[in-house]
Design a protein around this ligand. Structure first.
Ligand code: SAM
Length: 291
């Protein structure tokens, strides 16, 4: 039997043979199209020297192709029931290390330290479970993580938000949080039909090139993110109203207005029109009003 499982027939066969039942609650929509998998690996620019982290290997379709191209693959899977399937689908590879646990709770630092050489850049590649896409991305983008590139299949709408620019419908606090740390570009949009079972939504592969230096410098990062979240809290309201209602208070209206004007930002603008650079400038100027 061909050991590659990225086809509807092979995936079905192995699932049946192991009497495995897919769990919708864990986002178990397996990829069954070898072309898409190859495109993902290509977009991630994996070569024989690459160290790769995969989240959610499932039955191992993507893991197989990663292992065939990379130096080493470490995969973290929440569902231990997949262990016998993965042992079978990955048996020909000696460069894959599996860990079972929730990627959001597991000690990722310890795993990375144990599995990869110190200071080696690591590439993340995954077909992410849609129910936890944003928290997983936020964890991967935390400071001190060794990732140089993150290439993940996610829901198309979320991919659009990660890539969006000021003035676009999808532009929001998530766009800014991600673009603060990485350059985001959609590399592929993917129809539902390449998954088993088919999800309700279309998907896209997004590539995040993590920057060594941040896009903008801010004095107080925590305040910067509170400012951004507050500015988008009610999309139809003006920046001034959002800041008054969601970050400061009505009493501070005049002071906020003065700072915005001083920084050359019209208080009547909406949060969705401001660039990251403008948010950074406002963050440094407004943090003194924060108590
Ligand atoms: N990589 C496989 C593929 O492309 O066919 C499976 C992808 S499937 C969309 C998502 C996988 O992530 C499932 O195997 C699921 O069990 C796993 N998963 C879900 N939540 C997880 C979590 N919090 N931590 C680690 N793995 C998780």
């Amino acid at each position: 039997m061909d050991k590659r499982i990225a086809s509807p027939k092979q995936t079905q066969e192995i699932i049946r043979a192991h009497r495995f039942t897919l769990k919708k609650s864990l986002g178990q929509n397996f990829l069954v199209d070898a072309n898409i998998l190859n495109n993902i690996v290509q977009a991630a620019a994996i070569d024989a020297e690459s160290f790769v982290l995969e989240i959610g290997p499932g039955a191992g379709a993507l893991t197989q192709i990663l292992a065939a191209h990379a130096k080493k693959v470490v995969a973290i899977e929440i569902d231990r029931r997949l262990e016998p399937i993965l042992s079978e689908t990955l048996q020909e590879f000696n460069n894959v290390s599996l860990h079972f646990g929730d990627v959001l709770k597991i000690d990722l630092d310890a795993i990375l330290r144990k599995e990869f050489p110190p200071d080696a850049p690591v590439i993340v590649v995954a077909n992410l479970p849609y129910y936890v896409t944003t928290p997983i991305l936020m964890k991967l983008l935390m400071p001190n993580m060794p990732f140089c590139r993150i290439v993940v299949m996610i829901q198309k709408e979320v991919a659009a938000r990660l890539e969006a620019h000021p003035g676009e419908k999808s532009y929001g606090s998530l766009s800014i949080a991600v673009q603060y740390l990485a350059d985001a570009s959609i590399v592929l949009t993917v129809p539902k039909t390449v998954f088993m079972p088919q999800p309700n939504v279309d998907s896209a592969v997004i590539r995040l090139d993590v920057r060594k230096d941040k896009k903008v410098a801010v004095a107080d990062e925590a305040f910067f993110f509170r400012l951004v979240r507050a500015s988008f809290a009610q999309r139809r309201k003006t920046l001034l109203n959002n800041l008054m209602n969601n970050l400061f208070s009505k009493n501070e209206k005049d002071a906020i207005q003065a700072v915005l004007e001083e920084q050359g930002v019209d208080p009547g603008r909406r949060g969705e029109t401001l660039t990251i650079e403008e948010y950074a400038r406002l963050s440094d100027a407004l943090q003194y009003l924060d108590k």
